[in-house]
Design a protein around this ligand. Structure first.
Ligand code: CA
Length: 169
């Protein structure tokens, strides 16, 4: 009977383990200095690549598991302003955690002047959620006004915009 009790307890512990990991990963919203340094380094390189400037005031980071390995990854939204014009583009870059370090794996344009404004909200169920503002015909370039939402998922090494089911709209 004692042996049977032990087996049961071990099984319960195994069942609980994934739940505990989920709680930990959703609660871990702060980023370590190493993570932030990796993100900063990446964005600095993008500034050179795009001949632009990405102001820290227009950057946001959310964490959550994006490749379904139970380990928190990071999604970063940053706005690249062109140095030679007043154009700007919003980029989403996903960093996957490998051996404890954040590694950039995919980037996508998710907003920008005369396209839409995207506001990074959170990661849930492997999806990256945004609030958006789209342009109606009479909106000025500065001020899109149609409120919406969208989601992105990491598929391989690409980011794909996911249409929401009609019932959720
Ligand atoms: Ca992960």
């Amino acid at each position: 009977m004692v042996t049977r009790g032990k087996v049961v307890r071990v099984r319960i512990a195994l069942l609980l383990a994934p739940a505990l990991i989920c709680v930990c990963s959703s609660a871990a919203t702060s980023q370590s200095s190493g993570d932030l340094a990796a993100i900063k380094r990446f964005i600095k390189n993008q500034e050179a690549k795009h001949s632009g400037r990405a102001y820290e005031d227009y950057q946001s980071v959310v964490t959550g598991d994006l490749n379904h390995d139970g380990v928190n990854d990071a999604a970063v939204l940053y706005t690249m302003e062109a140095l030679d014009s007043n154009n700007y583009v919003q980029y989403l870059t996903v960093f996957i955690r490998r051996s404890g370090h954040l590694v950039p794996v995919a980037s996508e344009e998710v907003g920008g002047k005369n396209y839409r404004t995207a506001d990074l909200r959170l990661i849930r169920n492997g999806l990256i959620f945004f609030d958006t503002l789209d342009y109606k015909d009479t909106d000025a370039s500065c001020c899109p006004s149609i409120k919406g939402q969208t989601r992105y998922s990491l598929v391989g090494r690409k980011l794909k915009e996911v249409e929401r089911p009609l019932k959720d709209r």
